[in-house]
Design a protein around this ligand. Structure first.
Ligand SMILES: NC(=O)c1ccc[n+]([C@@H]2O[C@H](COP(=O)([O-])OP(=O)(O)OC[C@H]3O[C@@H](n4cnc5c(N)ncnc54)[C@H](O)[C@@H]3O)[C@@H](O)[C@H]2O)c1
Length: 337
């Protein structure tokens, strides 16, 4: 179950004594939440993390005390409330942000904008002031808007580095891998489906034609599978019936992305993850594609690759919504006092 999360960790255990960069300080902002707690648990379990800084507006003393008893080396400290944000962030190399409200049945991710835009802008303002060089990984929805918000806040402070700002879309890839594996009777740990575009409804674009190993589906099954991947978050929201959205699978996905980033920062070669980032690959300013990660974040955008006619149409259909969500995020920061 933990193979994807554990795999990079295990390989790095062997190199621990030689690389001082395995001493990463990682912060989780929103650490007491449904995602924040299991994500912090997975990070605490990794030898890649030496310091784990847990920030929230509630409950972090308890979460930190609880996690600090686990017999792994990461030193855990909890910080609570706006006054302690600066201390939580000082010296951090990676900041993961799952702070904000989740969806309830009937809501779109964009319905979260009014609450989460302010939360993300405030937390990123803290990053700009206290750890401007850190990698920033945003989980808070709507990701299609919170990433432009992150960029604009960093620009306002004159510390913008597009190679270090990531919208975490990994859960879409995790879901696509799982669903394809189920349909084809494969081991999900060996399936890799790139998912491009954004992180909401029709902007989530699985590239099944680029799946490894190669898989084929009849047109009706391909269409149903694509729709299921696009609406998988809603599947969880409905099943939780008012108790929130995906938390455990998101914690897994957030940990997978963070470990990939830490691996790449430690000099591991060939680390590729999809993420929603500043991009020149399409007419959209921000777009998720597979990225080669390196010591300084994005080393190379690997682009869309060859698309099927079906996938080309999905990309075309996503553009209007994606551009609107991006503009909404940019306008929010432009109008901020
Ligand atoms: N990117 C993805 O694939 C993905 C998947 C699932 C959920 N999400 C999003 O992740 C976010 C969190 O979801 P959740 O289920 O953990 O929600 P949750 O309500 O369980 O937890 C959110 C946490 O954020 C904290 N918080 C609120 N305001 C804060 C602030 N100003 N500073 C610090 N912490 C603050 C809350 O106290 C709470 O502990 C939501 O926006 C959700 O839509 C993203």
């Amino acid at each position: 179950m933990f193979s994807r999360v554990a795999r990079p960790t295990a390989s790095l255990v062997r190199s621990l004594s030689t690389s001082s960069q395995n001493n990463a300080k990682v912060a989780v902002l929103g650490a007491s939440g449904g995602i924040g707690q299991p994500l912090s648990l997975l990070l605490k379990n990794s030898p890649l993390v030496s310091e784990l800084s847990l920030f929230d507006i509630a409950h972090t003393p308890g979460v930190a005390a609880d996690l600090s008893h686990i017999e792994t080396r990461a030193h855990v400290k909890g910080y609570i409330g706006a006054d302690q944000l600066g201390d939580a962030l000082k010296g951090c190399e990676v900041v993961v942000i799952p702070a904000g409200v989740p969806r309830k049945p009937g809501m779109t991710r964009d319905d979260l904008f009014n609450t989460n835009a302010t939360i993300v802008a405030t937390l990123v303002d803290g990053c700009a002031r206290h750890c401007p060089q850190a990698m920033i990984c945003i989980i808070s929805n709507p990701v299609n808007s919170t990433i432009p918000i992150t960029s604009e806040v960093m620009k306002k402070h004159g510390v913008y580095n597009p190679n270090k700002i990531f919208g975490v879309t990994t859960l879409d890839i995790v879901r696509a891998n799982t669903f394809v594996a189920e349909l084809k009777g494969l081991d999900p740990a060996r399936v890799n489906v790139p998912v491009v575009g954004g992180h909401a409804g029709i902007t989530i674009i699985p590239l099944i034609s680029q799946c490894t190993p190669k898989v084929e589906f009849p047109a009706d099954q391909l269409s149903a599978l694509t729709g299921r991947i696009q609406e998988a978050g809603t599947e969880v929201v409905k099943a939780k019936a008012g108790a929130g959205s995906a938390t455990l699978s998101m914690a897994y996905a957030g940990a997978r992305f963070t470990f990939s980033l830490l691996d790449a920062m430690n000099g591991k070669e060939g680390v590729v993850e999809c993420s929603f980032v500043r991009s020149e690959e399409t007419e959209c300013k921000y777009f998720s594609t597979p990225l080669l990660l390196g010591k300084n974040g994005i080393e190379k955008n690997l682009g869309l690759g060859k698309l099927s006619a079906f996938e080309e149409k999905l990309v075309a259909d996503a553009m209007t919504e994606l551009k609107g969500s991006i503009k909404k995020g940019e306008d929010f920061v432009a109008n901020m006092k």
